[in-house]
Design a protein around this ligand. Structure first.
Ligand SMILES: C[S@@+](CC[C@H](N)C(=O)[O-])C[C@H]1O[C@@H](n2cnc3c(N)ncnc32)[C@H](O)[C@@H]1O
Length: 307
């Protein structure tokens, strides 16, 4: 395990995934019944943006820093408020120095009755996570393989909640683990919400993922993607995507407001990438996943899978 999230914390892909994560949590808080979140690849929980790693990559300057200094509409500001308030709570004096990872954002949105299980396999990151989230009886931190946790901890006893799956994709197997892990977990807990992040460096892996999930026959899936740079360079993250199973019913329209705003902040890759990956055959469901992507001139998409 060589992946270290401190190089990438707060980049455009983190903003994208964390904004979606916080919308889902906001929705779960809408009912009094308790929920549980299982964060399978949790990372260290907090990231110092002045660290050598963050300084060296500088990725957060093009992510959270740009978002915080951008002018956004009142509608989008309201949708991003649960996320941006949690970021702000980790910083003082209006200065951005610490970026919260997924378990910290999740904890910020737990109520007394809610629970979080956060798994991290890399020993140093696990130690940091345990330190950063210590002293909260609602939170269980485990040094455990997230793919094992995905199967072992569903369904949670609350029968409401979210599984957040955010692997590092340093091993080629993570794309296929997403399909096998999700389909097995969904068989055990069909009503849970699942949010799976994936990188976009080219279209091949992402479109194969969509086709394989299409064949798995999950009934309610939303696919959201943004593109900020040309695809095709395997060393560069050009975009990011999320597969959202059983999404809150409001999420599609919320993302239709949030994603174009993020693209305006980050600068989208635009039309240049429109054509890639669209030529596919297959079932109607598979085609709607593919053909809906990046309509002319757009660098974002939200594609419901069940249309
Ligand atoms: C993309 S980072 C997670 C970032 C975090 N979810 C966030 O949003 O702040 C992926 C993390 O997964 C950890 N990891 C790698 N393989 C793992 C595994 N099999 N099980 C659990 N964690 C793993 C890595 O050490 C890394 O910290």
């Amino acid at each position: 395990m060589n992946y270290r999230h401190e190089f990438h914390a707060g980049n455009f892909a983190d903003v994208f995934k964390h904004a979606i994560l916080c919308r889902i949590l906001h929705h779960l808080r809408g009912k009094p019944a308790a929920f549980r979140v299982i964060d399978t690849h949790a990372g260290a929980g907090l990231y110092d943006l002045a660290s050598a790693a963050a300084e060296r990559s500088g990725e957060w300057h093009d992510g959270i820093e740009k978002l915080l200094s951008a002018e956004i509409s009142a509608e989008v500001a309201a949708l991003l408020a649960p996320y941006l308030e949690a970021v702000s709570a980790c910083n003082s004096g209006g200065r951005l120095r610490i970026y919260p990872g997924s378990p910290t954002l999740i904890r910020a949105l737990l109520r007394p009755q809610d629970r979080l299980i956060a798994c991290e396999l890399e020993p140093k990151a696990h130690l940091a996570l345990a330190r950063n989230l210590r002293g909260d009886s609602r939170v269980k931190i485990l040094e455990l393989d997230g793919w094992v946790a995905l199967n072992a901890y569903v369904p949670p006893k609350e029968r409401r909640g979210l599984v957040f799956v955010d692997p590092p994709f340093e091993a080629g197997s993570d794309f296929s683990n997403l399909v096998s892990g999700l389909t097995a977990a969904h068989r055990k807990w069909a009503t849970g919400i699942y949010a799976l992040w994936y990188p976009l460096k080219g279209r091949r892996d992402a479109d194969l993922l969509a086709r394989r999930l299409g064949r798995a026959g999950l009934p309610k899936v939303l696919r959201a993607e943004i593109l900020v740079a040309p695809l095709g360079d395997p060393a560069r993250l050009g975009g990011a995507g999320m597969i959202l199973v059983n999404p809150p019913w409001t999420l599609e329209s919320e993302l239709s407001a949030i994603l174009p705003a993020l693209i305006r902040v980050f600068g989208g890759a635009g039309e240049a990438h429109f054509s890639s990956g669209l030529a596919c055959g297959g079932t109607r469901t598979e085609r709607s996943l593919m053909y809906g992507l990046f309509p002319q001139g757009r660098s974002w998409c939200v594609v419901p899978y069940w249309q």
